[in-house]
Design a protein around this ligand. Sequence first.
Ligand code: G3I
Length: 382
Amino acid sequence: MAELDRRHLLAAPFALAVAGCGSTANNSPAPIPQPVPTEGLHALASQKGVAFGFAMGTGQFNDPRVREIAKLECGLIVCENEHKWPATEPAEGRFDFRAGDAIVAFAEQNRMAMRGHTLFWASPRWLPRWVTNYDLGSAPASKAASLITTHVQTVARHYGDRIPTWDAVNEAIDNDTGQLRDTVLSKPLGVQCVDIAFRAAREALPKAKLVYNDFMSWDAGRTAAAHRDGVLRLLEGMKARNVPVDALGIQGHIGGGGQPGSGGFGALDESAWRRFLDEARGMGLTFQITELDVQDRGLPAEVTTRDREVAAHTKAFLDMMLSYKEVDQVLTWGLVDHQSWVQSFFPRADGLPVRPLPYDANFQPKPMREAIAAAFRAAPAR
Ligand code: G3I
């Protein structure tokens, strides 16, 4: 659909909302009305050579309000959970693509690109139970390699060129220690489990952009530094072994350093973060911001203040990131606050709903949405 048509389609509901529907779905005070979006975020981003989108799960896909906002804002979609190993191969050799296929079809019908998340989430918590409990037998390394290769290639080939960018491996580095995470598959293979996933993906998808995706951050502190350092050492090793990694996925779950009652987002170490980015860029990697959202558990309860600070933090992060011309995609991890994973994973101490995303629980744009738009307007073209 042409951008103009999308705008006409959406102008009425947004205008009504801004005219003032008072209460919010979660009983928090009504936030300040935001301007009616006249130009979608992807349209703005693409003027600078960047694609914008967000993570859509089955719940959001089934919600017509989310689908309409997606058509206004997005040129890109990623499945929140539907392409992960537990979803696509719930038992050995039994593949199920129905949930992911529905979202991919929606993207295609609306001329949006897809990114894939993720062929191999190298974490003990998020592997399917059948993998974690697997008896690897007398040749554990070769069995582990074949489980990874079969899974990665079956999913990659199912979509082929329809998904041109994949998080080949997600979160392989322990965020406390900077070491490779221990899983049933890394025990016999060590870091080769990561290499095998990338090589299998490259064999199945010769033209795809293959991404290593992780949540290392610009937070200050020893563990954040260990995480950044561990990721760099992993990438450096992969480059030295000629593993086909093309890009670094910077998840961008920002604000996580803020603790209840701290009044903010926690201390940042921007110069260490820039050194991290510079070193990754020096390896020839491009960047994608794959899962942007803002944890507000350190912020005061009052919604107007919270929304303003979340927006300012988003703008500061995106301004800095978009100054790197290697960034070619920006995605938020969800669209509306009440459907965010942060509600249950990082709740506020005062029990109020968190507000980590660009749209509120009434599907109205928040200051964070305007901050993203402003960052795209200010970004240098690439
Ligand atoms: O689908 C089941 C449902 O049948 C069941 O009733 C319900 C009960 O808890 O659970 C549902 O599954 C949940 C699933 O999300 C779908 O909603 C899982 O419990 C829950 O653990 C799962 O969480 C997801 C998490 O990754 C683990 O896969 C979050 O939605 C998703 O936002 C989160 O996304 C990750 C990225 O993939 C990687 N980076 C960090 C990011 C945030 O944690």
